[in-house]
Design a protein around this ligand. Structure first.
Ligand code: GLU
Length: 292
């Protein structure tokens, strides 16, 4: 027997609501859409003016890192880096749906900036002197630290010294890959992305995966029965910056101003709480901006 029409309608509404919930739980929602500033004005010839006039911006981010930059079911990335990107674009008068997201992996971030394939890189991107030879950084907007991900059943590894001479997976071109080899004597098994390190870990082809604690925390959150962090301690400092073309000081300084404003008006806090903050509960405060 058919349910009466009103009841059928409410069943449909309930089913649609359940689907919406499922989609957002799977990362199907494309996050916030901050209102763009209407007709912002910038110095003639500045990158800000050019981007505002173009009405679009190309931002490089990760496409497969939970919590920071991960492509959702609608094809748009979600995460803390993505929220920071949207907030910056809004200050240029560019709406979230006008941002062109470009996948950048650890190894191609400098070259994508140098070649102008992206205007900015916001991609768990550690500021360091070697990279500063090629690109400039606004920020830092967050400070992570290197850690180790191991199989849940493994209690033999608790610190980086424990992986000496052992196979560890990390990503080509990343700071953790360099550190685990040069400082701790691990044998690197390189991959293009961190997600590609998970199967080798599960199959015990490597004893650990190493990168920033907050990236690894996203994988533990997805598979708490399979993986764990070797320890709560981190063993490096990884200050995340926003990469841009070397020498564009006006743009860098303007982005730094925006980051400071986001910390004051709660944009920063909301960006965290709606993304990484779902797993990492402590809301960070904006680190001191390095206006070098
Ligand atoms: N923050 C580190 C880096 O920039 C590791 C994370 C990553 O590879 O994106 O290399």
């Amino acid at each position: 027997m058919k349910a009466p029409i009103t009841r059928r309608k409410s069943l449909l509404v309930a089913a649609a609501a359940a689907l919406a919930l499922t989609l957002s739980a799977c990362g199907g929602s494309s996050g916030s859409n901050p209102s763009p500033v209407q007709k912002p004005s910038f110095a003639a010839g500045s990158s800000m003016e050019k981007l505002a006039n173009a009405g679009t911006i190309k931002i490089g981010t990760k496409f497969d890192q939970p919590l920071f930059g991960q492509k959702g079911l609608d094809g748009k990335p979600v995460g803390f880096d993505v929220e920071i990107g949207k907030a910056i674009a809004a200050k240029l008068g560019i709406a979230a749906d006008k941002i062109e997201w470009v996948e950048t992996v650890s190894a191609n971030r400098e070259s994508f900036i140098e070649q102008g394939r992206v205007d900015l890189v916001i991609a768990t991107y550690t500021i360091n002197d070697a990279r500063k030879q090629k690109v400039d950084f606004a920020g830092p907007y967050y400070e992570a630290g290197q850690a180790l991900l191991v199989n849940k059943s493994d209690s033999s590894i608790t610190k980086p010294e424990d992986v000496k001479g052992k196979k560890v997976c990390s990503v080509t071109g990343s700071t953790p890959a360099k550190t685990i080899v040069e400082k701790y004597g691990a044998e690197l098994v390189p991959a293009a992305t961190y997600t590609a390190c998970l199967e080798p870990l599960r199959n015990k082809q490597v004893v650990a995966v190493t990168t920033d604690n907050v990236i690894l925390a996203g994988y533990v959150d997805k598979e708490p029965d399979a993986f764990k962090l070797a320890s709560d301690q981190t063993f490096t400092k990884e200050p995340y910056g926003i990469g841009l073309k070397k020498g564009d000081t006006a743009f860098r300084s303007w982005i730094n101003d925006q980051l400071e404003a986001f910390a004051k008006d709660d944009t920063y806090k909301k960006a965290w709480e709606s993304t990484a903050g779902k797993v990492i509960k402590t809301v960070p405060s904006l680190p001191k901006i390095d206006r070098y």
